[in-house]
Design a protein around this ligand. Structure first.
Ligand code: HEC
Length: 236
């Protein structure tokens, strides 16, 4: 018969009685043990403790040493007590300073100035309706400045004005061709799109991806209007 079975078959009242008896015996044993142990310990302490005379002598010596040390003490000196504290402090400071070399405090964010002008980025148009809208909203252009921009913005490096193809098609007649390049696109919209989004239409016989495709960030609306006015006036 195993323990589980025995527990199941035995009357709970008897189990309770047995448990209580066991606890009683355990407490008795512990109580007697502590009492006997405690007595033994206290008599041992009493036997080994220094006599009253010895305690007095030790106290006197301690006081004398203390007074002597006070009389001769410097404002500060390393002692076995403060040494570990000081060393820890120096280590902490060293670690802190070293960490400052590697940790950059988060930059203080300047409050956004609502009056600060946002950088102008020309809309990169992708369809006829949008191109028409954007082109029609451009300010009136100054053709003379358009010529300056042709040189300053580097168009001159790839587009001739005399009809000879270079890296890109010549600008001669560009405004006329532009009117029929793409269905639904007028000349102005087409040229506008060709500048801000050169890959939208790749001219036959020329390579895609050569003309810079970041002119939308290089031109202000007034400038692109000037460029268009110049092309329209001279290269129709
Ligand atoms: C690094 C050379 C390069 C530069 C710089 C460049 N382009 Fe182009 N451009 C090209 C090439 C190549 C094409 C033809 C391929 C295409 O259509 O994308 C082209 C096409 C064009 C077209 C279409 C012409 C047509 O006949 O349909 C226009 C308009 C144009 N460029 C305007 C400009 C303007 C304006 C600038 C200056 C702001 C400029 N490009 C700067 C290389 C360049």
């Amino acid at each position: 018969m195993d323990l589980a079975n025995l527990l199941k078959t035995t009357d709970p009242a008897i189990l309770l009685a047995i448990a209580s008896g066991a606890m009683l015996i355990a407490s008795l044993v512990l109580g007697v043990g502590f009492t006997v142990g405690g007595r033994a310990l206290s008599s041992w302490l009493r036997a080994t403790a220094p006599s009253e005379k010895e305690v007095d002598a030790a106290e006197k010596r301690y006081l004398q040493d203390f007074i002597k040390s006070q009389a001769t003490s410097k404002p500060f000196s390393m002692t076995p007590t403060n040494e570990p504290v000081l060393i820890s402090l120096v280590c902490f400071l060293g670690a802190y300073l070293a960490s400052m070399l590697f940790i950059t405090p988060p930059a203080v964010k300047e409050p956004e100035n609502p009056n600060k002008p946002k950088p102008v980025v020309l809309t990169v148009v992708k369809d006829a309706a949008k191109a028409k809208k954007v082109a029609s909203e451009l300010p009136a252009g100054n053709a003379a400045n358009g010529k300056v921009l042709y040189e300053d913005k580097g168009c001159v490096g790839c587009h001739t004005l005399d009809g000879k193809a270079s890296v890109g098609p010549s600008f001669q007649g560009v405004f006329t061709r532009a009117a029929s390049r793409k269905p639904e696109y007028g000349a102005k919209e087409y040229v506008y799109e060709s500048v801000v989004n050169p890959n939208a239409y790749v001219v036959d016989g020329f390579q895609q991806g050569i003309m810079p495709n970041n002119y939308n960030t290089q031109f202000k609306p007034q400038e692109i209007a000037d460029l268009l006015a110049w092309l329209e006036a001279n290269y129709k």
